[in-house]
Design a binder for this molecule. Sequence first.
Ligand code: ADP
Length: 265
Amino acid sequence: MIPKLIAEARKIVIKIGSNTLADKDGKINTAFLEEFAAQAAALIKSGKQIVIVSSGAQVAGLSTMGKWARKRDIHYRQALCAVGQVELMGAWTRAFGKNDLHIAQILLTQDDFGDPIRTLNMRNTLFTLVDEGIIPIINENDTVSVEEIKIGDNDTLAAQSAILWSADLLILFSDIDGLYNKNPKEYNDAELVGEVRDIEEVRKNITIGEANSFGTGGIATKIDAAQRIKAYGIPTILAHGGKPRVLEALAAGTQRGTAFLTGNE
Ligand code: ADP
C-alpha cells in the first residue's frame, strides 16, 4: 500500500523529527540532509510537489552554542531555537542547493492557524512557493510560542500544514519503522502495525511508551496527526527517516512503515 500511496500522491508534506535530523553527537546530520534533498529533488523532477516540516532548531542551537543544555528556563530554550533555526536552515539551504533548488523558511504558531486572514496568506504563500519550484520548510516559531499558544510538536504542525495546503499525503519520519503494538525501544518482540484503517481500534490495541530524548510528541501525536488529516481524506505514512535512501525505498516497497489509510484508497 505504501508504494501506491506515494505513486498516487502529487502534493506531499514530509515531517522530519529531531531524532532523524540529529546524529549521535547531537549535531545536525548533514549526510542525512543531503541524501534526503537528492531524493526530494528526484521526486520533484518526476512531477511531485513537496513541503517539509523540519524540527531540529533546539538540537542545532545546542550544538552551535555548546552550552545551555541543562537550562530549562523557557527563554533559554527559545534563545536556543532562535540560534539553531538559522543553523538548521543553513544546512537545508546547502543540501538543496547541491540539487539547484531553493528553499523558503516558514515559521508558524498556533494563533496563525486560528486566524482566517493569516491562514489565507499562509496558504497563498505556500502555493506560490511550490508553484515556483521552491521548497517551503515549515517549523514552529518558537520565539513567540509561549506555552499557551504552542502547537507543541511538529506532528500536529505537519497535520495542520497538510490540511492548509490540501496535500495528498503526509509522511512522518521518525527513528522507528512505524507504529508498533508496544514501544520497540523497550520490547524486542514488539510487532509493526503495517496498515491502520481504524484509528480508534488501534488505540485500544497498542501500548504507547516514552518518547525519545530530543522528541517532543512521541508516538501519540503521530497517531493524532493521522487521525486529524484522515477527516480530510489525507493518508499518513509513518516510517524510519534514517534508513538508506528512505523515500526511494518506501516508493519501491523495499522499506516497511505504517500506512494510516482514509478508506478512499
Ligand atoms: P520524533 O522526534 O521522530 O518525532 P518521538 O521521540 O517524538 O520522535 O516519538 C517516537 C518514539 O516513540 C519512538 O522512538 C519510540 O521509542 C516511541 N514509542 C513509544 N511507543 C511506541 C509504539 N507503540 N510504537 C512506536 N513507537 C513508540
